[in-house]
Design a protein around this ligand. Sequence first.
Ligand code: P6P
Length: 337
Amino acid sequence: MQGYNVKTLTQFLIERQADIPYATGEFTRLLYHVGVAAKLINKKVNKAGLVDILGEAGNVNVQGEDQKKLDLFSNWQLIQALKNSRECCGVASEEDQEIITWDDDLSKDGNYIFCMDPLDGSSNIDVNVSIGTIFSVYRRVSPRGEKATMEDFLQPGNKQVAAGYVIYGSSTMLVYTTGRGVHGFTLDPSIGEFCLSNYSINTPLDGGIYSINEGNYSRFPQGVKDYIDYCKHDDKETHRPYSARYIGSLVSDFHRNLLKGGIFLYPPTASAPKGKLRLIYECNPIAFLAEQAGGRAFDGTQRILDIKPESLHQRVPFYVGSANMVSKVEECIKKYE
Ligand code: P6P
């Protein structure tokens, strides 16, 4: 009788609990609750065309972007899960201007803070293009027993204890790292479990895919234009021209490049000198995952994970992916410094 030989996310978390310094199961419980929220969000995302969950919610978030109903549902679902975990003392979300903390003693005693983009790529929701949740976990720096403070959230990305994303695509996957490699879990709807499907993901040093919104080409710095021209140049020896692949959903573009090799670029322009993507809950978690898989991530001048955040929703230019490709962009940009 051929049985199921699966390892669920929960089993894996318990097995790898020792990965987290002084772990006493707290982190395991936190990530278990994130997994539950991801399953509930997945359920709504999959039915988005059938239930009243599509479209605008009728208000605008702190980014000045129209909030979608699914944005708000995902935000609420994750905040509930984090509160229920009793291991999280505070949350920073793309959807909320201020940090979220709670008054109960158990939450105030929580060891971890959580930063998230609950549903990234929401402009794609209504046209059935894959979207994702991005998250980042830190140990708090403020004293336990009190509410989390802004200082807890303005730690550099190199202090993350974990980072990950959920991609709601042709299948639903949760990919995360605790600093000991990157591991992917695919949701098996028949048993309602995330099952280990990609153990220890390593991204190729070189790739043949570049992901950028070329509609902004005329506005990019010259070094970025030079790199785009380099990608398009016909040179058999270096397997160029590369393929242009851009979904417009960071998690989807990053996930494909992580597995196949490639680079994602969101450069600055004159009208957006810091680019579009947010440091704390988009670039830092993706950068941690990229580096753990053998890739690189920088903002045009420095390593993303070394940036000391100054504000909760600050944006940074973002270049992330296969190490040699990121180094090539760096070479092009530095020519003009
Ligand atoms: P643009 C989605 O809105 C998002 O924040 C990322 O997921 C995505 O990579 C980027 O913006 C796309 O931005 O300006 O190319 O549409």
